[in-house]
Design a protein around this ligand. Sequence first.
Ligand code: HEC
Ligand code: HEC
Ligand code: HEC
Ligand code: HEC
Ligand code: HEC
Ligand code: HEC
Length: 221
Amino acid sequence: MNKKLVNAVGVTMLAGAFLLVSHASATEEYDVKAFGPKNPIVWDKPVKVVFEHRVHTDNAGLECSSCHGDIFAMQRGVAIQTSQLTMASLAEGQFCGVCHDGDTAFASDTNCSACHIVPDDPIVWIKPAKAVVFYHKIHTDEYGLDCDSCHNDAFAMKKGLAENSDNFTMKALYNGHYCGKCHDGETAFASNTLCNTCHIGVKGYNRMMGGVPHADKKSGH
Ligand code: HEC
Ligand code: HEC
Ligand code: HEC
Ligand code: HEC
Ligand code: HEC
Ligand code: HEC
């Protein structure tokens, strides 16, 4: 056999063996009966929360029956439909709060980002000044702030509330409200400096929204 062919066969066999191995470990990796459903349970009302079975069964060693019975139905969507699944009920020791009480597991009024997902999309305000932009990930991932450093003291965990307040102005920021809670020259750069890091202006807004808005194009007639 010529050497090139031997090599080619060898490589093919290796690749075949690798595929077999990786296939086997991929099927081995997740055992639904032992760990519960693989896909995370996601709630989106009113804010995004993720629940992972495996963290609780495989990692924390809980039995299915420690939740399925009294606390949760074995069916997605039941808890949220009761309208009782809120931070307040967790704090009263219901749902996740049966265990997330600071004793059995970390308390539900700490470690917000363990359960809550950081929003991807930037928040953009166009009132009163067009436009100001806020990026979650810069604050949470890059600067390590947990959700409760802004929610619900400086901002509600809901888009639009600040913008609809007459008080959402530079004066309020200078007085330590909203972004000014931190952007005071000590915790973060002061609000009376670097205007353009927060203000992207009309041009920046149009660029962000993907070019010239419809209304502007038609403004000729
Ligand atoms: C720490 C709590 C907890 C444990 C332990 C747990 N589950 Fe769950 N399970 C949940 C929650 C929460 C839901 C979603 C309920 C809801 O949306 O109302 C759920 C939902 C389910 C669902 C429905 C999923 C769907 O897509 O409809 C199945 C099936 C399930 N669990 C199986 C299991 C099995 C099997 C085990 C044990 C290996 C287990 N669970 C252990 C909390 C738990
Ligand atoms: C153990 C998990 C868990 C932790 C930790 C947690 N939350 Fe929640 N949170 C939930 C669940 C579950 C809901 C209700 C379902 C939904 O809104 O999607 C919720 C809902 C909310 C809501 C919607 C309104 C309300 O009151 O229910 C806000 C706001 C909120 N959480 C803020 C926070 C903040 C701030 C922290 C940290 C101080 C935090 N959460 C920590 C699980 C958690
Ligand atoms: C039966 C008890 C129990 C219930 C109910 C429960 N948990 Fe947990 N959870 C635990 C334990 C135990 C741990 C591991 C110890 C710890 O992290 O404090 C844990 C850990 C976690 C973690 C940390 C994951 C990580 O990566 O370390 C998250 C997030 C979480 N739980 C979310 C939830 C949410 C959301 C709910 C409600 C839908 C919930 N849990 C309900 C017992 C529970
Ligand atoms: C830390 C972020 C931030 C910085 C820095 C900042 N602003 Fe603002 N500014 C805001 C926010 C948030 C609003 C309110 C939302 C909106 O108007 O779109 C606002 C609103 C305004 C407004 C309209 C409301 C009012 O107070 O009259 C003006 C004008 C303004 N900024 C000018 C400036 C100037 C000039 C600078 C620099 C000296 C500056 N801003 C720096 C975040 C910032
Ligand atoms: C540095 C401040 C800051 C931090 C930290 C922060 N947020 Fe926010 N968040 C905001 C601001 C500002 C808004 C917009 C409020 C408004 O428009 O009134 C907002 C809005 C939201 C909204 C509503 C968005 C929408 O599109 O409706 C959600 C959900 C949210 N935050 C979740 C989180 C979660 C989860 C964390 C932690 C992982 C977090 N935030 C950390 C400042 C922050
Ligand atoms: C809980 C504290 C806190 C709040 C509230 C806060 N920020 Fe920040 N922000 C920081 C910290 C810390 C940094 C990083 C240090 C610095 O740049 O001075 C930062 C950095 C930034 C940056 C620079 C990002 C980069 O590219 O590095 C911008 C822009 C910004 N914030 C905008 C805002 C706006 C707009 C608001 C209000 C909607 C806001 N921040 C509210 C703490 C905060």
